[in-house]
Write a protein that binds this ligand. Structure first.
Ligand code: ATP
Length: 251
């Protein structure tokens, strides 16, 4: 698997009852590019990821993966087509070890074969993308630990490792640095830049940690009350007076 894709969001609007959570949002992310998505609480960032990945199936506008509209596809089918994400609520298999969690993530097309693999006495070796995530995130010492026993920061890293191990064409990361200490955040930043260079997915990064956004993002899109209010390099966006009022003013 693997290989980069292009993500394109065209004029997407989404409503929850009377709330217009997304209002005509358009953006695109190229293969190997990391685009930061920032904005105050309630700006619509998670909703945009949910729309792209099919978790919010009802919306106006269109989502395209490498030029093909995925609007009719379920979340499962979008994942198989190459739209990968890491969740804010970290879904790991608590009874399985880190190694087993990464194995399960590695083959999204044939999950049943891995259930069989897990019944064998010796665990299968990790595929290259998973092994790579283990090295970059310094997870070696945790491989045999059940997910339920992991410290919170390590749990976060394993969840990110799972998203990476699937080698998606597009990778959406929802606040991956939340709960990480400074050292773990630096490891994460390094991993994201290397993934961008090596397997070249289009990456969309929702993040409140501006130093991480500044250090890894090629471009930043700012959402405010469901609308894109600015776009540019991290530095341009940080110095934009409209953004400062709408977003940084609230910090
Ligand atoms: P945060 O940084 O807090 O995660 P966000 O930018 O991700 O915020 P969203 O969670 O996408 O923002 O929320 C956008 C708007 O949509 C908010 O007004 C929120 O209350 C509303 N909203 C989101 N999900 C739902 C839902 N399932 N039902 C009703 N309203 C929702």
């Amino acid at each position: 698997g693997g290989g980069g894709g292009t993500l394109e969001v065209r004029n997407v609007s989404a409503r929850f009852g009377g709330v217009l959570a997304l209002d005509e949002v358009s953006l695109s992310v190229q293969p190997g590019e990391i685009v930061g998505l920032i904005g105050a609480n309630g700006a619509g960032k998670t909703t945009l990821v949910d729309v792209v990945t099919g978790y919010v199936p009802r919306y106006e506008g269109s989502v395209l993966l490498s030029g093909n509209a995925v609007d009719g596809l379920s979340a499962t089918r979008r994942a198989r087509a190459g739209l990968g994400r890491s969740f804010q609520s970290l879904e790991l298999f608590d009874d399985l070890t880190v190694h087993e969690n990464l194995l399960m993530a590695s083959d999204r097309a044939r999950p049943s074969s891995h259930v069989l693999d897990l019944l064998r006495p010796a665990p299968s070796p990790l595929p290259p993308a998973a092994a790579y995530a283990v090295r970059e995130l310094e997870l070696e010492q945790w491989l045999d630990t059940p997910a339920a026993s992991l410290p919170a920061g390590v749990r976060r890293l394993v969840a990110i490792g799972r998203a990476v191990a699937a080698e998606p064409a597009v990778l959406l990361l929802d606040e991956p640095a939340a709960g990480l200490d400074e050292h773990e955040t630096a490891e994460l930043g390094r991993l994201l830049r290397r993934i961008a260079a090596v397997s070249r997915p289009a990456m969309l990064l929702i993040e409140h940690d501006m130093s991480l956004v500044m250090s890894v993002c090629d471009r930043v899109v700012v959402l405010d009350a469901g609308r894109c209010i600015a776009e540019g390099t991290a530095r341009e966006v940080q110095n934009d007076p409209i953004v400062r009022t709408a977003y940084f003013g609230e910090l």
